[in-house]
Ligand binder design. Sequence first.
Ligand code: G2I
Length: 493
Amino acid sequence: MSDFPLSAGGARRPLSGSRRVLAAGALGVLGVVTALSATLPANAAASTLGAAAAQSGRYFGTAIAAGHLNDSTYVATWDREFNGVTAENEMKWGPIEPSRNSFNWGSADQIVNHAVSKGMKVRGHTLVWHAQLPSWINNNMSASDLRSAMTNHITQVMNHYKGKVFAWDVVNEAFADGGAVGTLRDSIFTQKLGKGFIEEAFRAARAADPNVKLCYNDYNIDSATAAKTQGVYNMVKDFKARGVPIDCVGLQSHFGNPPSNYQQNIAQFAALGVDVQITELDVGGSGSTQADAYRRVVQACTAVPRCTGITVWGITDKWSWRSGDTPLLFDGNFNKKQAYTSVLNALNAATPSTSPSPSASPSQSPSASPSASPSASPSASPSASPSASPSTSPAPGGCSATIKTINSWGGGFQSEVTVQAGSSAVNGWTVKWTWPGGQTISSLWNGRQSSSGSSVTVTNESYNGSIAAGASTTFGFTANGTAATPTATCTSP
Ligand code: G2I
C-alpha cells in the first residue's frame, strides 16, 4: 500500500498499493494494423527520456503548465528530455470554455504549438470531467441542454486541435472510489444524463474526429483486482463488444508504489484491444526507494507492447501538485534525481511497442442498445499476420492454440497466441510448443511461462483462465531468434 494518500480530482482518497523506428516494410506485414510506431533494439543507450522511450516506439511526456513557460530552465528541460506533453490545466472545460460557446485557446495553444513544433506527442486532457467545470455548467440546466453543451464542447475543442493531438482523455475520473463494482461518481453528468453520459461522450468524440485515439482516464485503477479497476475493465469490455468507440485507457498512477499486479493490470486492459498509457505518473518518496518504484512502473509498461507511452505529472518537484511528496524526476533546481536514472535505464532496456489505428464508430447513435451485435473494429487485436501455426479442432471441452507472428525484425519477433475453447467452456489452460531453431522468449504477457530447453509451457493467468464455449483469449510474447510458428497443443483440466 502507498504511504502517500493524496487527492485527485479534488477528493481526498487512499491509494491502492502501489530504437530506431522500424523499417516501413516491416510495418506492412501488420495488414490492417497501422502501427503508431514500432522499433528495433538500438545499439547505443539514449541519454534523454524521450529519446530512450522512442527507441521502443513509445513517448515519454510531461504535464506542462503555461504559467511556467517564461522559465527558461523549465522549457529547456522539457525540450531536452521529453517527447510528449499534456496540458496540466489549460484544456480543461473551465479554462478553455469559460463562457458558453466562447473559447479561450491562448494558454493551451501555447503548449500545443510549442510541442508540435518540436515533434512531441500531445495528449488532450480532458473533455468531460466533473472538476474544473465552468460556472455556466450548473444544476439549472436541463438534461437536453447539458447534453448539447457537452456535445458542442467535445466537437469544438476536438476540431480546434485536430491533427495536433494524438489521443484525448474523453472522459476523466467517472468511476467512484467506493461502492460496488461499476459504481459511477455522483456528478452533474450522472444526475442529468445517467450513466450513459460516458458512451454519449465517446460517440460524440468519434463523430468529431475519426483519426484520434479516444481514452478513458482515471486514478486508483492501477491494481488489477481493485473494484474500481474492475468497473472500468467491464466498461471497456462492454464498449468493445458493442462497438462503442474506445481506443485507450489511461492509468493516472499517482501513488507511492505501483501495486504488485500493475503489469498484469496493464496487460488485462491491453487484452481487451485498447492501448494503455500511464498518463499522470508521480511517485512520492525519495532516493533508491523512489527510484526502484519508478523503475518498476517503466518495466511494467514496456513489458506490454500496447502500453504506448508514459507521462509524468510535471517536471520539477517544486511545481508538482503534490510537491510535499517530492514525486517527480527533477528536484526543485531541475537537477536529475536518482529516479531519473532508473527511468532512463529502464526505457533503454525496453521491448517494442505496437498500436493499431483508432477504432471506427459503426454507429453514431448514442442510443444504440446494449444488445446491439458486436461489430468488427479495426482496433481489435491485430488479426493480419504473415504466418500462423496450424490449429487443430479442440475436442469438446478442450481447447486449441494458434501461434501467429505479429511483427519481426533482425534477431527477434513478436507473436500472439490465440487460445480457443471448444464446444464447452474452459477453466484453466496450458499451451505447449517446441521451438524449431533455438528461439528464446524475452518477455511474455497474459500467461505464465516455464521453459526447459526448446520446450515452452504457458499456463493461464488468474484473470484469463476461464473461456466461454467457442470463445477465445490471447497471450503474447517477444522472442529472440528467427520468427517461427510451431504447432502448439492446448490442454485444459
Ligand atoms: O489532481 C491531480 C490530477 C488528477 N487527475 C486529473 C488531473 O487533471 C489533475 O491535475 C490537477 C492539476 O495538477 C492541478 O494543477 O488538477 C487540479 C485541479 O483539480 C489542478 O489544481 C488547480 C487548482 O485547484 C486551482 O486552484 C488552480 O487555479 O490548478 C489551477 C491552476 O494552477
